[in-house]
Write a protein that binds this ligand. Structure first.
Ligand code: SF4
Length: 362
């Protein structure tokens, strides 16, 4: 089987569900890495992308309380917070330094009105007109639509008019109804997540896609998840990057279950790269993977390390021990040491600066 898969990857043919499942069950780590690296270099050469961005988590109050989530708090619980719009603007503008993207996600707050989300975006745009606002997972969009009493499409139209630039890829978890019932029973279904993304892409909004692995899911369920992402991408071409997200066990209701290992993390990056032939980019989110493994993943299919990330609360609430931010120089040094050429991008992968010979400013 591996020879058949190798032949298909070399000739750029799409892998079947059966072949993806074989990779999960029997693929040798280094075989996976070599094949994924072939695809990665075919699509993105020797380049590794990163972005100079900031994260902003506007509230941790959430009506969903997913069992893997260490970030959220029940309304009224100790440690809960919700930022006002002026506080959000202050947080976005108070740290000195250049950045191109603000990445905004939060819990599903029970009471915030639709006007809060519109005002958040328009107020940020008023003071940061050139900053791309990548905001609200599909889960939040569905919640905001419910709060607004509007369809997802109408909600997105108003958010876009207020300044929304793209959607992050979170909240996908694993699409399997069995897994969702066990780990996030109140969250929107896999079909609904894909439906929000379909609506966003139809309006010209680009997005990312994720899969949260390392908890209760089976290889079959992961293959199903990846192939459903691939099918939607065939339909819309709206996804920019796939981001495998490692489950972190600290402070969660699924505690007792160990966090993922380095081998598992590398296998997910590589299989994602091999299964999602119609995705341009695979991102190794260093906040979750850890810096050392993220660096190695650049030879296992990943071509993007995400960003400088000031103020990340969600993964750190679940025990991530990575730093809360990196400087642009630190990121470039990590990429160069891995033998790759650093390229600073904006949210939609327009090149801002490249470290390639003759390429100016890195
Ligand atoms: S993962 Fe998102 S939706 Fe689920 S409890 Fe945490 S903040 Fe809420």
């Amino acid at each position: 089987m591996i020879e058949r898969i190798r032949g298909k990857v070399e000739s750029g043919e799409r892998l079947s569900a059966e072949e993806c499942l074989y990779l999960y069950r029997h693929g040798d780590l280094l075989d996976l890495g070599a094949l994924a690296n072939l695809v990665r270099e075919r699509k993105n050469g020797n380049v590794t992308y990163f972005i100079v961005n900031r994260h902003l988590n506007y509230t941790n109050l959430c009506v969903n309380r997913c069992r893997f989530c260490a970030f959220s708090r029940e309304p009224g619980a100790q440690g809960g917070y919700a930022m006002t719009v002026p506080e959000i603007v202050e947080a976005a503008t108070s740290v000195p330094g250049r950045f191109t993207e603000l990445h905004i996600v939060g819990g599903l707050h029970p009471d915030l009105p639709f006007s809060y989300y519109l005002e958040m975006l328009s107020s940020l745009k008023a003071v940061l007109p050139n900053i791309h606002l990548q905001a609200f997972t599909a889960v939040e969009i569905a919640h905001i639509a419910q709060v607004a009493g509007l369809s997802v499409r109408e909600t997105l139209e108003q958010l876009i008019a207020a300044g929304l630039g793209s959607l992050p890829g979170g909240g996908a978890e694993v699409f399997s109804a069995r897994v969702r019932e066990a780990v996030c029973p109140v969250k929107l279904s896999g079909e609904e997540w894909l439906g929000v993304m379909r609506a966003a892409h139809a309006l010209g909004l680009r997005s990312n896609a994720t899969m949260l692995y390392g908890h209760l899911e089976t290889p079959e369920e992961k293959v199903d998840h990846l192939l459903r992402l691939r099918a939607l991408q065939d339909e819309t071409s709206g996804f920019m990057a796939y981001i495998p997200l490692a489950y972190h066990s600290g402070n969660t209701d699924l505690g007792g279950r160990p966090s993922t290992t380095g081998v598992e993390d590398l296998r997910e990056v590589a299989i994602g790269r091999l299964a999602l032939d119609n995705f341009d980019h695979v991102k190794s989110f260093w906040i979750m993977q850890g810096l050392k493994l993220a660096q190695v993943s650049l030879s296992f299919g990943a071509d993007d390390l995400d960003g400088t990330v000031t103020e990340e609360r969600i993964t750190h609430a679940a025990g991530a021990t990575t730093p809360q931010s990196l400087t642009r120089d630190e990121l470039c040094a990590l990429i160069r040491e891995a033998g790759r050429v650093p390229v600073e991008r904006d949210t939609v992968y327009t090149v801002c600066a490249t470290g390639a010979p003759g390429g100016a400013t890195l």
